[in-house]
Design a protein around this ligand. Structure first.
Ligand SMILES: [Zn+2]
Length: 621
């Protein structure tokens, strides 16, 4: 396998070469004239201390950023493929009847050829000829020859002839690690370390955890989407990435180390969706499976895709067993049952529909409906089409139990009622969008939820008009995980759990919010006495316990709890004494800011809050 490296590919294309290629391809003379005119008139200038220098007319190269450039480049580069395929001396690695394999994607080129001296000599000759005519300079010292099952002598001869370097798998190709063997974990570290580049440029200490949550979700996770759409990450790679994400989330640490004390909630909970009580950080393992489902979906839809046709020629489409080897296919085979479970087949010609594992009539697949019969089945790969032509009986063991025999009759009846047509089988599912793509987001949600009911606290926490950092505070508060002294004492970080403000009892979250004098007084003045006996884990039920009418109560509770908490922190960390009046005033100024988070129709609420807070300040609660 030879991987070519073109030096500054776009900038060096020779115009005469391009013109000849276009002519040979039969483009109209006028059109070619236009293209050349476009190139001809291109000028460049060098920025010197920010000022452009004199204009330089270009003599070669394609215009950067011109949408036509990639096409023109491909036309030139494809000549190389033609030249190699036509050379008799360069042979296909395994089958001499086939032309040599050349994979080209823009300037990323892979040539798979049979390693022998005449082939290598000819290849080098072609590469030189191609470079001379196209102007594309091949960087031989950066091009790599990767031997697969080749004798040592031949490898060193070829390396010498091609004057390239010798490499080994895995090799990066189109941004993915390419290998003939199972990928080692180390092959993934380069992708995981990409995260460091982002982490180091973010001012983590300036962000609150909620800001970091958003960065983790929108940037760190999307880094891996491309990789995860093609390959399954090994668990240890996911662990490494999780360690980085966790440390960054909780402590803003960029090196991937987090102290146990800074992680306030178990990672598994953090990775749950918000409506299930989590923080909505993406679970990479499940995200990976969802993205791979997309790949499987392409096998069935559209069936005309080149890849689907290639796979169908080599393996049973219903099981993926056959001439498909390696770890990657094993992964897809393990995900296939999930794909079959979430889709239903509208039978056409029946050729891509598994008799046993697909749902194609009724609500269940045959394997679930006729378990006794299924246990007597020898060949479980039958398609509906095969079953129609050769019958189910031919795949069963000779003697059937009575139950199995009964099930066989039922199954055969259902099969007889089905008529095949010439149309392709069609997969239908709630997870397939109108544009025929599969809805990854919905599948992710379903896999994460696994039938769990949504968390009653979720609406109370997230459906408020509070800023994100207050959302996070409330999320922690309802799980009683904010760092109060009893929590810190349990983690051996402080030596006493006693409240530093009143020095009377243990500082639990309840004590901070409504037990200590400040909190208690605030709620009394607001006429929300029922808050004073509230267990923070039950805070979301507050509306059932109070008769006081306050519009948008959950948001209001969040506002007041947040400022009581802030007053406690001011006292503990900066020794600032905040009076009840000060807390109410702070709540009022915050309410004025929060009103812009409300939808326009609800802006009035903030005004109502302000007058409630004002009344409380005057002690009229
Ligand atoms: Zn206290």
């Amino acid at each position: 396998m030879l991987k070519l490296d073109f030096a500054k590919a776009f900038d060096t294309v020779n115009w005469v070469g391009l013109q000849r290629v276009l002519q040979a391809r039969g483009f109209d003379q006028r059109w070619i004239g236009w293209m050349l005119r476009l190139l001809d008139t291109s000028k460049s200038a060098v920025l010197v201390n920010g000022h452009p220098g004199p204009w330089i007319s270009c003599k070669r190269g394609l215009r950067q950023g011109d949408p036509l450039s990639p096409y023109l480049f491909i036309l030139v580069a494809e000549t190389l493929q033609r030249m190699i395929r036509e050379a008799q001396q360069i042979k296909h690695p395994t089958d001499e009847a086939l032309p040599c394999a050349v994979l080209q994607y823009a300037d990323d080129t892979l040539i798979g050829f049979k390693a022998d001296v005449p082939g290598a000599v000819k290849l080098k000759d072609i590469l030189d000829q191609f470079a001379a005519f196209s102007g594309l300079h091949i960087n031989f010292s950066k091009s790599t020859l990767i031997p697969i099952h080749t004798r040592e002598q031949i490898v060193s001869d070829c390396v010498q002839i091609l004057s390239c370097t010798r490499g080994s798998f895995p090799q990066p190709y189109l941004g993915l690690p390419l290998s003939v063997n199972k990928l080692p974990v180390s092959a993934f570290s380069v992708y995981i370390h990409k995260a460091d580049k982002f982490l180091s440029s973010w001012q983590a200490d300036m962000l609150n955890p909620m800001g970091r949550t958003i960065l983790v979700n929108s940037v760190l996770d999307s880094l891996l989407v491309y990789l995860m759409s093609s390959l399954q990450l090994p668990p240890s790679a996911i662990e490494q990435m999780d360690r980085k994400r966790r440390a960054f989330l909780w402590s803003g640490d960029k090196s991937g180390h987090s102290s146990p004390s800074s992680c306030l909630i178990a990672w598994i909970k953090v990775c749950s969706p918000k409506d299930l009580g989590g923080l909505g950080i993406r679970d990479l393992g499940i995200q990976n499976i969802c993205l791979l489902l997309k790949l499987l979906h392409r096998l069935y839809n559209p069936q005309s895709s080149a890849w689907a046709i290639w796979v169908r020629r080599r393996a049973e489409i219903t099981t993926l067993h056959g001439d498909l080897h390696g770890d990657h296919w094993q992964t897809l085979r393990t995900i296939l049952p999930l794909y079959q479970a979430i889709t239903t087949v509208e039978v056409g010609d029946g050729s891509t529909c598994s008799l046993w594992n697909d749902v194609w009539t009724g609500d269940d697949c045959f394997a679930d409906r006729f378990p006794a019969l299924f246990s007597h089945c020898n060949i479980k790969t039958q398609t509906v089409r095969e079953a129609k032509s050769s019958g189910i009986r031919s795949t069963l063991v000779p003697r059937l139990s009575m139950l199995a025999d009964h099930e066989l009759q039922l199954a055969q009846q259902l099969l007889d009622q089905t008529t095949l047509s010439a149309a392709q089988d069609k997969r239908i599912s709630d997870f397939i969008k109108p544009d025929e793509n599969i809805d990854i987001g919905a599948i992710y949600k379903m896999l994460k939820a696994r039938g769990q009911p949504s968390d009653p606290k979720a609406t109370f926490i997230w459906n408020t008009w509070a800023p994100p950092r207050v959302h996070l505070f409330m999320w922690l508060l309802l799980q009683r995980r904010n760092q109060c002294r009893t929590v810190l004492f349990r983690k051996h970080i402080v030596d006493s759990p006693i409240c530093e403000i009143c020095n009377i009892t243990d500082e639990t979250l309840e004590h901070i919010i409504h037990g200590c004098s400040l909190g208690k007084e605030v709620w009394m003045r607001l006429n929300l006495q029922s808050m004073i006996s509230m267990d923070m884990g039950q805070l979301h039920t507050i509306a059932n316990h109070t008769a006081t009418v306050i519009p948008e109560l959950p948001s209001f509770i969040a506002l007041v709890c947040w400022h009581v908490w802030k007053a406690r922190n001011a006292k503990v960390f900066r020794n600032e004494e905040h009076s009840v009046d000060r807390v109410l005033l702070d709540c009022r100024s915050a309410a004025e800011l929060w009103q812009y988070r409300f939808p326009r129709a609800k802006r009035q609420t903030a005004t109502q809050w302000c007058s409630i807070l004002q009344m409380a300040r005057q002690g009229q609660g």
